[in-house]
Design a binder for this molecule. Structure first.
Ligand SMILES: *Cc1c(COP(=O)(O)O)cnc(C)c1O
Length: 399
């Protein structure tokens, strides 16, 4: 019997946890598949999935089993020694994408730091140290990734910015062409901008960037922290566009909630970061790597990517229908199960109405309702989500 209360835990937060988040007053105790259960036993349909993290749903049995077994066997030995799971994970990641090598860390920001260091080190002998990045991008909260983040409000108060980043507009190939000079080491972007408002890149734009980078001997870096791991319907987001980066970062869904991040670079870059040039104490522990291996196996065995394509259509079509009915929805965009409903107002109100009805979702950008459900979400759960959205928008638009 669970006796923990929201009041008790809220009071502890208030007194002892830094207020870096505007947290909703919900205390979740348990999760299973696409559902969360709060401290009063109430059920919520979870279309946030821990911010695109729990892509196989909460407490997926195969991942839970892998974590339990490995936790009882060996957790951590540092990267001064080998562990059996890290190279197996690297092999699986490479087998799902292009030939290359991996570096493991613990979060998205750290994976992007690795990309930035790889590009700088690679360009160092030629004096190429600058990276072209995008307006409205999000790459993380560490000082380097913050300096690469296009949403200036996140940087406010933390100046001076780390130098070496040049901002241009997303989906504008001429802007990149004009920004390139003798100092350019790389172009870095999200194939689908997440926090910035669920904005997919144009396929032609990415193709043109690839050519531009090849012509100028510049690295093309993809931040797949949110859009990778099946989210867009292919294992890596670049595969949905048919444009290979030179290196990419991933994190969020890689461990289905167990923290792990990774950078994967093409084999020709495998000698850029040599012993002593980059490191992470926890990167790719036996436990984290075993969890991620179980995630990848489940994605394959359960044909999760087929489900992404199917439910993406159901949800996008469903939201387009709702947009006809409710003028406060101005459109829908996204790729796979990374879906944004564009609103005529900030998403805060609809999120709170949805919570009241037992559904969790997210915002993105200034006025986008973001839906990133588990990738194995069922027909029934999508139908229920559309019903809940229908009744929530009826309430919102009536006001
Ligand atoms: C979430 C996110 C990050 C940062 O990841 P953390 O694990 O929070 O450091 C970086 N890039 C993108 C695209 C993200 O969505």
């Amino acid at each position: 019997m669970n006796t923990v209360t929201l009041e008790e835990i809220s009071a502890l937060y208030e007194k002892y946890v830094m207020e870096t988040y505007a947290r909703a007053d919900l205390l979740f105790i348990r999760g299973q598949g696409s559902y969360l259960y709060d401290s009063t036993g109430r059920e919520y349909l979870d279309f946030a999935a821990g911010i695109a993290v729990c892509s196989l749903g909460h407490c997926h049995p195969a991942v839970t089993k892998a974590i339990q077994e490995q936790a009882a066997k060996l957790v951590h030995v540092s990267n001064l020694f080998l562990n059996e799971w890290q190279p197996r994970l690297a092999q699986k990641l490479v087998a799902h994408g292009f030939d290359g090598t991996c570096f493991f860390c613990n979060s998205g920001a750290e994976a992007n730091e690795a990309l930035i260091k790889l590009a700088r080190k690679n360009g160092s002998e030629k004096g190429r140290c600058e990276i072209i990045v995008m307006n409205d991008s999000f790459h993380g909260r560490t000082l380097a990734t913050l300096a690469a983040t296009g949403r200036s409000k996140y940087r406010k108060g933390f100046s001076p910015d780390m130098p070496g980043f040049k901002f241009v507009n997303y989906n504008d190939v001429e802007a990149v062409r004009n920004a390139i000079d003798g100092k350019t080491a790389a172009v870095m972007l999200e194939p689908v901008q997440g926090e910035g408002g669920i904005i997919p890149a144009d396929r032609e734009y990415l193709k043109a960037l690839r050519e531009l980078c090849d012509e100028n001997d510049i690295m093309l870096l993809f931040d797949e922290v949110q859009c990778g791991m099946g989210r867009t319907g292919s294992f890596f987001a670049w595969q949905s566009f048919g444009v290979e980066p030179d290196a990419l970062s991933m994190a969020k869904a890689l461990g289905n909630g167990y923290p792990i991040g990774a950078m994967i670079a093409k084999r020709k870059y495998s000698q850029v970061l040599t012993p002593g040039t980059h490191a992470s104490t926890f990167g790719g522990t036996a436990l984290a790597s075993a969890a991620a291996c179980a995630v990848i196996d489940a994605i394959d065995q359960e044909k999760v990517l087929d489900n992404v394509a199917k439910q993406s259509k159901v949800l996008m079509d469903g939201i387009a229908e709702l947009a006809k009915k409710y003028p406060c929805i101005q459109g829908v965009r996204g790729k796979g199960l990374m879906i944004g409903a564009i609103l005529d107002q900030p998403a805060g109100k609809i999120l709170s109405i949805l919570r009241g009805k037992g559904m969790i979702a997210l915002s993105a950008g200034e006025n986008v309702l973001r839906l990133v459900p588990p990738l194995n979400v069922s027909d029934e759960e999508c139908r229920k989500a559309l019903e809940l959205l229908d009744s929530a928008f009826a309430e919102l638009c009536a006001k």
